[in-house]
Design a protein around this ligand. Structure first.
Ligand SMILES: Cc1cc2nc3c(=O)[nH]c(=O)nc-3n(C[C@H](O)[C@H](O)[C@H](O)COP(=O)(O)O)c2cc1C
Length: 337
């Protein structure tokens, strides 16, 4: 997981014109991929066109390839979206394009293009059923909001499509980020092993040609929390490429897995607080680590931004085991409700 170690300092955001809270057009479609060879190469070639075109027309896009399907989420001026869809429909790299969401509302996306490829155990048939169910709802005027639609396809909750979609809003979503190295990914994989569940692994690529991939893994614990819980481990670099911002509004809490150096913890916390400020969202911030790693500045900084600071202390000064980290964090998350 070497790419996770890359850690640009700046959030470099927004870079696609001024982000505003003014309403924009929003459209999501799914299409069957006709890509024969390596998907990564094709994604790169799509990116090379898309970055230039989309920025020129004020469009922001996330494209995912999964289960032999493409899913594209577009935001921007409605006329620009329409023109893009007309152009993309003619592209031989996919077919049977189905619109699953179309509306005007608050923007979520912040970059002209983000591409991602998801590993999944889901069958193409199951994915197609999700697409058709969402398409039907959209046609009947009963569609869900765009982030929900996107997740229903790209990172669905366990269970039948309609049941999973209906649970969407009630799941406790918790984002986790390490102040240094890849501790949250290790913790997630340990927990998956302990609870006999599977981690879903995703790679995201940004607009810049030389941008390295960003990892994001998640684990569902449907029997925990008020109505199920999802833990999402994000790489720090996700803050720079805009993907974290798109989903931040859905997180009940953000966990910062700390380490012994107070400056590193403080710097990482500032970056997280800045991202929350940029999208006007105030999740609870949870510091996780040994007692000796907590400094009063962490609480001051968080509360100064109007956010709640919660300390999940594992005790002492020793580096805590995964077991200790998880049991301490779980107790805090259960309290959050
Ligand atoms: C699934 C998929 C998504 C695409 N997304 C975009 C996009 O967001 N923006 C874009 O300009 N082109 C996108 N393209 C590429 C366009 O279909 C088209 O090939 C490209 O814009 C070049 O068009 P032109 O030759 O008419 O300039 C996408 C292609 C596919 C297959």
């Amino acid at each position: 997981m070497s790419s996770v170690l890359q850690d640009p300092d700046s959030t470099d955001w927004p870079d696609s014109g001024r982000w505003s809270s003014q309403d924009v057009g929003r459209l999501i479609y799914a299409s069957i991929s006709s890509v024969d060879g390596p998907v990564l190469d094709e994604m790169r070639s799509i990116r090379d066109h898309a970055v230039v075109n989309n920025a020129e027309h004020g469009l922001r896009v996330v494209l995912m390839h999964k289960c032999g399907w493409f899913v594209e989420w577009i935001e921007g001026p409605p006329a620009g979206i329409q023109a893009l869809v007309e152009r993309v429909t003619l592209d031989p790299r996919h077919r049977s394009l189905k619109v699953v969401h179309e509306s005007v509302g608050r923007p979520r996306l912040v970059k002209p293009w983000i591409g991602s490829i998801a590993q999944t155990t889901e069958s193409t048939g199951e994915f197609a059923r999700r697409v058709m169910a969402l398409h039907d709802r959209h046609v009947r005027g009963k569609g869900y909001e765009p982030a929900s639609v996107w997740r229903s396809l790209c990172s669905p909750l366990p269970g039948h499509v309609e049941v999973a979609a209906a649970r969407e809003g009630t799941y406790q979503r918790v984002m986790m980020m390490s102040a240094r190295q890849t501790g949250v990914f290790d913790l997630l994989h340990w927990l998956a092993n302990e609870s006999d569940r599977t981690v879903v692994h995703r790679r995201f690529a940004g607009s810049a040609k030389d941008a390295l991939d960003v990892e994001s893994d998640y684990l569902d614990l449907p029997d925990q929390g008020p109505r199920g819980r999802r833990l999402i481990a994000n790489a720090r670099k996700g803050l720079a490429m805009g993907m974290t911002h798109a989903f931040l509004p859905d997180y009940a809490a953000v966990v910062l897995l700390m380490q012994p150096d107070p400056e590193v913890n403080q710097r990482m916390l500032e970056r997280l607080l800045l991202a929350c400020q940029q999208i006007n969202h105030q999740p609870a911030m949870i510091g996780l680590g040994a007692n000796a790693w907590f400094t009063p500045e962490l609480q001051f900084a968080t509360e100064a931004r109007g956010q709640r600071w919660i300390e999940a202390r594992t005790g002492g000064a020793a580096v805590p085991s995964h077991w200790r980290l998880w049991n301490t964090l779980k107790a805090v998350l259960d309290q959050l409700g």
